[in-house]
Design a protein around this ligand. Structure first.
Ligand SMILES: *[C@@H]1O[C@H](CO)[C@@H](O)[C@H](O)[C@H]1NC(C)=O
Ligand SMILES: *[C@@H]1O[C@H](CO)[C@@H](O)[C@H](O)[C@H]1NC(C)=O
Ligand SMILES: *[C@@H]1O[C@H](CO)[C@@H](O)[C@H](O)[C@H]1NC(C)=O
Ligand SMILES: *[C@@H]1O[C@H](CO)[C@@H](O)[C@H](O)[C@H]1NC(C)=O
Ligand SMILES: *[C@@H]1O[C@H](CO)[C@@H](O)[C@H](O)[C@H]1NC(C)=O
Ligand SMILES: *[C@@H]1O[C@H](CO)[C@@H](O)[C@H](O)[C@H]1NC(C)=O
Ligand SMILES: *[C@@H]1O[C@H](CO)[C@@H](O)[C@H](O)[C@H]1NC(C)=O
Ligand SMILES: *[C@@H]1O[C@H](CO)[C@@H](O)[C@H](O)[C@H]1NC(C)=O
Length: 491
């Protein structure tokens, strides 16, 4: 399906790519020869890049339980500062039991795509240096996620914490989080809760979230929520990035403004919003990148929508198939201190843009493909005089859809000879001003006034004549005070 491929490649230029954790990029090239070891891990591959870099690959080994020992090889081959990655991707593990200790300083464990329904208390207590844990695509429910599962080793009547920084709980069966879930994970910085059936962020979930005070990245996409309680983000004084895509929001949640001083990346795709307006992004004064895409009910971007975003560098406003109007004041009050470098408006339902929407020449990259552009003089001014035509990426030049004679032509190709020269007098003439009055107008006005005065005098004369007539006729009768109107009703 070439059409689909085209769409995908378009999307890649348009959709934001948020920074990913370093450990995920860990990629081991050299494969060590001997993978000898004990018990269930016999079939796993040990890959040793160097003393600082080891991967134990237990993916797709048909495992049903967590191994109780590691291959001997991993004990003495890793430096105490090394990175170790253990992956159980795509097995059939149902119960995460206590894992044996793992050498190294930054440990990643991946349980993605198993059948986990239970996690034992202290499952990771032998791996205090666990920094990355992927439990995504399992059958974990909220009840399984007790704070005890993340307990570190027992020490003098208390449990220590573990080093966990990234926790992926995406694609599970979670409705709610335990309020103490993050008690033993004080360094948690990235939390993925996407694709869970939360529906509402209840009181305990809100308490759990707001206790993760070091959180920088939070993924709440596809969780069926339509609102976020104000208190949910109260404690998140370090939150930089949030994904709210694929939910049921009809407005951008107001509670985001609580984290407005730290939030840098907001992804808000695929929600049933109808318009964006000057309330949508209130308080998000530190946002660097905003993505609002695939909102198929979105029709209008109104006056002042982006005004609060005083530091915005990248705007993705793509794939909103019903978006047909962007107010010329959408960036009101931002034009003097312009910060935007990249604006993507591809694949919407736009046909016109105002030339004064933004200072086009200050952009580095502009995307406008996949709309039904009316190639009029406004567009010509944007493309030529304001140099927008030089900002398109290679191969991403938009086409005109109308008028008929330009349909299918690149917007950069059309000659705008029929447009008035782009000077300020052109814009002014659209308004009315005294200087526009010509002598002809003045004469007609005087004539009009004269006609009105004449008619007035004639009516007056007529009235006096009628009065005189009645006065004569009714002289014998007692004086009655009548006026002309009531008089006619007697006639
Ligand atoms: C581990 O190896 C990968 C691939 O060679 C490399 O990119 C990464 O930086 C290494 N990590 C460390 C901590 O040396
Ligand atoms: C891990 O092992 C599985 C099964 O042998 C293999 O398909 C996969 O490519 C391996 N992964 C890595 C990163 O080597
Ligand atoms: C996991 O492996 C099974 C075969 O054992 C396969 O059918 C399934 O699609 C795999 N799942 C994922 C997420 O890769
Ligand atoms: C999980 O394993 C632990 C330890 O072996 C055991 O006590 C517990 O009953 C198991 N849970 C389930 C649901 O199998
Ligand atoms: C155990 O707790 C004591 C204080 O109660 C602390 O000094 C010590 O560092 C802890 N040990 C470990 C291994 O964390
Ligand atoms: C959390 O991070 C700090 C700073 O990197 C570190 O000193 C501390 O030991 C970490 N906490 C745990 C429980 O590992
Ligand atoms: C764009 O809007 C027009 C009406 O203005 C409509 O006919 C057309 O179907 C819309 N296109 C899409 C992709 O929704
Ligand atoms: C644009 O103009 C060039 C040269 O004037 C011409 O070769 C090309 O076919 C035109 N393309 C479109 C899509 O208008």
């Amino acid at each position: 399906m070439p059409r689909c491929l085209l769409l995908m490649s378009r999307r890649s230029s348009c959709v934001a790519s948020p920074p990913r954790p370093v450990l995920v990029l860990l990629c081991v090239v050299a494969v060590s020869g001997a993978a000898a070891g004990g018990g269930e891990t016999a079939g796993c591959d040990v890959s040793l890049q160097d003393v600082n870099n080891l991967t134990l690959n237990c993916s797709r080994r048909g495992l049903h339980t967590v191994p109780t020992t590691w291959p001997q090889k991993i004990e003495n081959s890793v430096d105490k500062d090394g990175d170790v990655r253990v992956t159980f991707f795509n097995n059939s593990i149902t119960n995460v039991t206590e894992l044996p200790s793992v050498p190294g300083n930054r440990i990643a464990i991946i349980f993605k795509s198993n059948a986990i329904v239970e996690i034992e208390d202290g499952a990771f207590s032998n791996i205090q240096r666990l920094v990355y844990l992927d439990l995504s695509n399992n059958q974990i429910s909220g009840d399984v996620l007790r704070s005890e599962i993340f307990q570190g080793p027992y020490n003098n009547t208390v449990y220590n914490s573990i080093a966990l920084e990234t926790l992926n709980l995406g694609r599970n069966q979670i409705h709610s989080l335990d309020r103490y879930l993050f008690q033993y994970t004080p360094n948690l910085t990235r939390l993925y809760l996407n694709n869970n059936p939360f529906e509402i962020l209840d009181h305990v979930t809100v308490l759990a979230l707001s206790s993760a005070t070091n959180l920088q990245v939070l993924d709440l996409s596809k969780t069926d929520i339509d609102s976020i309680p104000l208190d949910a983000f109260r404690g998140l004084v370090n939150l930089q990035q949030i994904d709210l895509s694929g939910n049921k929001f009809v407005n951008v949640p107001e509670s985001l403004s609580i984290v407005g001083s730290t939030l840098q990346y907001l992804t808000f795709n695929n929600n049933p919003i109808v318009e964006l307006n000057d309330d949508s992004f209130v308080g998000l004064s530190n946002l660097l990148e905003l993505e609002v895409g695939e909102n198929r009910y979105l029709e209008e971007v109104k006056r002042g929508t982006f005004t609060p975003l005083k530091k915005l560098r990248i705007l993705h406003l793509c794939h909103n198939s019903n978006l047909r109007y962007i107010s010329h004041n959408a960036f009101r009050a931002l034009k003097d201190k312009w910060t935007l470098k990249e604006v993507y408006m591809d694949d919407n339902n736009l046909s016109e843009l105002s030339a004064d929407l933004m200072p086009w020449s200050q952009l580095k990259i502009l995307g406008m493909t996949g709309n039904s552009w009316l190639c009029n003089c406004d567009l010509a001014e944007i493309i030529t005089k304001q140099e927008a035509g030089t900002k398109f990426k290679d191969g991403d030049i938009p086409y005109c859809a109308a008028p008929m004679k330009y349909a299918g032509t690149y917007v950069t190709n059309i000659s705008m000879a029929f447009c008035p020269t782009f000077d300020s007098t052109f814009a002014n003439k659209r308004g009315f001003s005294i200087s526009n009055l010509r002598p002809k107008h003045v004469l007609w006005s005087i004539f009009g006034v004269a006609v009105v005065v004449c008619i007035g005098m004639l009516v007056g004369l007529l009235v006096n004549t009628i009065k005189a007539f009645y006065n004569k006729k009714l002289r014998s009768q007692p004086i009655r005070y009548i006026n002309l109107h009531s008089d006619t009703s007697y006639a």
